[in-house]
Ligand binder design. Structure first.
Ligand code: BGC
Length: 410
């Protein structure tokens, strides 16, 4: 029996910290760091010291670029945060350690939601460890500001625009927007899915079908995006999503649209959610669950072999850890058998909406985090949409042509 295997069978708390594992990720905001601390503690209490390699940039575009460069240079981290179909691409180049024995020990086939199984499995079995299920079609509302305007929570985009315009006239920033390509693309996909529905969204943004891209519904969504860009004219380029959340939390902005990592951020900053900042489905997207999923991939290298990878994965597959991590992260767990009754009410709402979404076939992957399309197309589409958002003179048709070109070269 080698040293690692024998260590696996020892009582866990008596283990010395015997090895360093490097983790490449993009969890750098307050809420993300709190969740990351739990991950670090989970590893150290089981004898593994974490050496985190954070790459700034929510959404993970920069982190993925760094990961690719390091993999090409033959110097990958021990494990890395990743999402969606890129897991299959990483596996196809033969660089991932499979974690099938961990999956078996932790009953993944029986307990993971089917979409988590689908995303994290290839013909080699499980090649990634799923960790979070985030919902992206959330509208976060500063109740104090909304009350000061004497307005109800908007249920339609028409109401939303009316309230945002009223807020602006009253000197209140209508929408906290992180101005980076992936965040503007998230705003856009929220518009598409809520105003045009899941079926259209899937054809246009997931399957990248030409007829759906070159269409009136997509033009309409772009016009709405332009309307938003004119409303929030004074915001600064490159504003991070958590800076935007801080504006929402400190009564400087009325709404924020986006994933429930925003909830993690609000909770980490002791904001009372949902009393002071409420969570609602993006207008007209009730019953829809637009999601992304964080997974961990374990990468083969001279310094990180199969047993080390499976040891780390075993520790991180632990049900209690998965529960604690998600509770702080703002997301919901990827397994069906985790009790979330003491999670934040917004997470409980997310869980219930997820169940309804599954029943009605309205659980759909987000395009922005390469959950839906490959990372190259995803980044190109994100930047085309971002360019349109920033350059007020660009016509919707210019973006449409660009997206079609990206789809055709895909
Ligand atoms: C990830 C989240 C992360 C968010 C903002 C998303 O791509 O799935 O885990 O909190 O980006 O950084």
């Amino acid at each position: 029996m080698n040293k690692l295997v024998s260590l696996l069978s020892l009582p866990l708390l008596s283990l010395p910290v015997y090895a360093n594992v490097e983790f490449l990720h993009w969890w750098t905001s307050d809420g993300e760091k709190q969740a990351l601390n739990v991950l670090e503690k989970q590893l150290t209490s089981h004898g593994l010291a974490l050496s985190p390699s954070p790459v700034l940039g929510g959404g993970g575009d920069s982190a993925m670029t760094v990961l690719q460069a390091r993999a090409l240079a033959g110097n990958p981290p021990s494990f890395a945060q990743t999402e969606g179909p890129s897991i299959k691409s990483w596996d196809a180049i033969g660089i991932l350690h499979e974690v099938n024995s961990v999956a078996q020990k932790h009953h993944w086939d029986e307990t993971l939601y089917p979409l988590a199984r689908e995303i994290n499995k290839t013909q080699n079995g499980y090649v990634a460890l799923p960790l979070t299920l985030h919902r992206l079609n959330w509208m976060w509302v500063n109740h104090k500001l909304l009350n000061s305007l004497g307005q109800p929570v908007p249920k339609t985009w028409q109401q939303m625009f009316t309230i945002m315009e009223l807020a602006k006239r009253n000197g209140i920033s209508p929408l906290a927007v992180g101005e980076q390509p992936w965040q503007i693309a998230m705003l856009f996909e929220n518009l598409v899915i809520s105003t045009q529905g899941v079926e259209f969204y899937t054809k246009a943004m997931v399957e990248l079908q030409k007829e759906s891209i070159d269409s009136e519904p997509l033009r309409l969504a772009l016009q709405q995006l332009r309307r938003i860009s004119l409303l929030v004219e004074n915001s600064l380029p490159d504003t991070k999503w958590d800076t935007a959340t801080r504006a929402l939390a400190s009564d400087q902005a009325l709404f924020q649209l986006g994933g429930d990592w925003i909830l993690g951020e609000l909770m980490a900053n002791n904001i009372n959610v949902p009393n002071d900042v409420g969570c609602y489905a993006t207008p007209e997207s009730d019953g829809v669950f637009l999601f992304n999923m964080d997974s961990l991939i374990f990468m083969a290298s001279k310094s990180f072999n199969f047993s080390q990878a499976n040891h780390a994965a075993d520790i991180l597959a632990d049900k209690d850890f998965q529960r604690d991590f998600n509770q702080l992260k703002g997301s919901i767990p990827v397994r069906e058998d985790i009790d979330i009754s003491d999670f934040n009410p917004c997470q409980i709402q997310s869980y219930q909406d997820f169940q309804v979404g599954i029943t009605n076939n309205k659980v759909v992957p987000s395009m922005i985090d390469s959950m839906a399309v490959n990372p190259v197309a995803q980044q190109a589409i994100n930047s085309a949409i971002f360019r349109f958002y920033r350059d007020k003179d660009l016509e919707p048709d210019t973006v449409i042509k660009r997206i079609i070109a990206i789809a055709e070269s895909n």
